[in-house]
Design a protein around this ligand. Structure first.
Ligand SMILES: NC(=O)c1ccc[n+]([C@@H]2O[C@H](COP(=O)([O-])OP(=O)(O)OC[C@H]3O[C@@H](n4cnc5c(N)ncnc54)[C@H](OP(=O)(O)O)[C@@H]3O)[C@@H](O)[C@H]2O)c1
Length: 291
């Protein structure tokens, strides 16, 4: 059996870094980031695909600076919408599988029950709008594709909420954290492991279940409760300067980009289709903090 050639973007990102490791038993990986191929450059993308001749393209690279995207819409659109479309079109030409990642921020957050894949989208930020455009570009490319919508991704490297909270706990005595945005914090390693388990199924028989799948931690929380758990479970908590953590409403913490108040995803479709269920966020957080 010849194992597939896998082209992986965003190798230095949270999810891409982990995928580099979890996908390694599945084929020959060519992993790239912006220094190898700038995704704002369509010709560079075409050259890369011609060079690698992938059987599978896995694209966790993205413009993820949610607030900055409000003032950099064009560059965010180029990376989050145009580039996935070019990659997916190249995948279609080669009959390669296109694996792409999107976000809970495609929803407006007015829901009260976990969002299903078929629920109407209505992004309230420029970032969310560009990610939604990326989903559509991949869907319309004609490529066999899987699009995983993730939520509240964190890890123990890179830039994310977990590391920001730990840094602030070392610097400040008191913190105010938003308590009225509800979601499902998901460890990037759990995501990468789940994607690898799904793609391993593709090795035996090509995946035919094209489409969007929600992939997030089971169970939900607020940023405030997530932060409190980070402080409680951090191995270095005794060294923290932090003495008080206060819940505040979103209105007391204005940001350039609006965020959905409620962005919990239903993972039922992922479980029914691929037999995968991500653990609850508390279990993932404990595991992440133990490494
Ligand atoms: N982070 C979250 O909370 C979250 C939530 C839901 C969904 N998602 C989605 O999940 C996926 C993975 O997110 P993540 O948190 O792993 O993202 P990340 O850590 O920000 O990684 C993204 C990677 O893409 C690279 N990149 C940015 N601009 C590029 C360009 N012009 N050309 C080539 N590469 C470029 C980044 O490089 P630089 O670092 O050098 O810019 C980085 O290595 C993305 O599709 C994201 O939209 C993320």
């Amino acid at each position: 059996m010849t194992l597939p050639r896998i082209l992986l973007t965003g190798k230095n990102g949270q999810v891409g870094f982990e995928l580099c490791r979890t996908l390694s038993p599945l084929g020959t990986i060519t992993a790239v980031d912006v220094e190898d191929c700038d995704l704002t450059d369509p010709a560079a993308i075409e050259r890369l695909v011609d060079e690698v001749r992938p059987d599978m393209i896995v694209n966790p690279a993205a413009y993820t600076a949610v607030d900055r995207a409000e003032s950099e819409k064009e560059i965010a659109h180029a990376i989050n919408a145009t580039a996935p479309g070019i990659l997916a079109a190249a995948a279609a030409r080669r009959d390669a599988l296109m694996v792409h990642f999107s976000t809970d921020y495609v929803f407006d957050g007015s829901g009260t029950a976990p969002y299903r894949e078929s629920d109407p989208t209505n992004p309230v930020s420029a970032y969310g709008a560009t990610k939604l455009a990326g989903e559509k570009a991949v869907q319309q490319s004609g490529a066999r594709h899987l699009i995983f919508r993730l939520s509240w991704v964190y890890g123990t490297r890179g830039a994310n909420f977990l590391l920001t909270m730990q840094r602030l706990a070392n610097e400040r005595e008191e913190l105010n954290i938003v308590n009225d945005q509800i979601g499902s914090p998901t460890w990037c390693r759990t995501i990468a492991e789940s994607v690898a388990l799904i793609l391993a199924q593709n090795q035996k028989a090509p995946i035919t279940q094209n489409g969007i799948y929600h992939m997030s931690a089971a169970s939900q929380t607020s940023w405030y409760d997530f932060a409190k758990s980070i402080f409680d479970l951090s191995p270095d908590k005794n060294k923290f300067k932090l003495k008080a953590v206060n819940p505040i409403p979103t209105s007391a913490y204005p940001t350039p980009a609006k965020r959905p108040a409620y962005s919990v995803l239903s993972n039922d479709s992922l479980t029914h289709t691929f037999g995968i269920r991500l653990p609850d966020w508390q279990t993932q957080l404990k595991q992440a903090l133990e490494i």
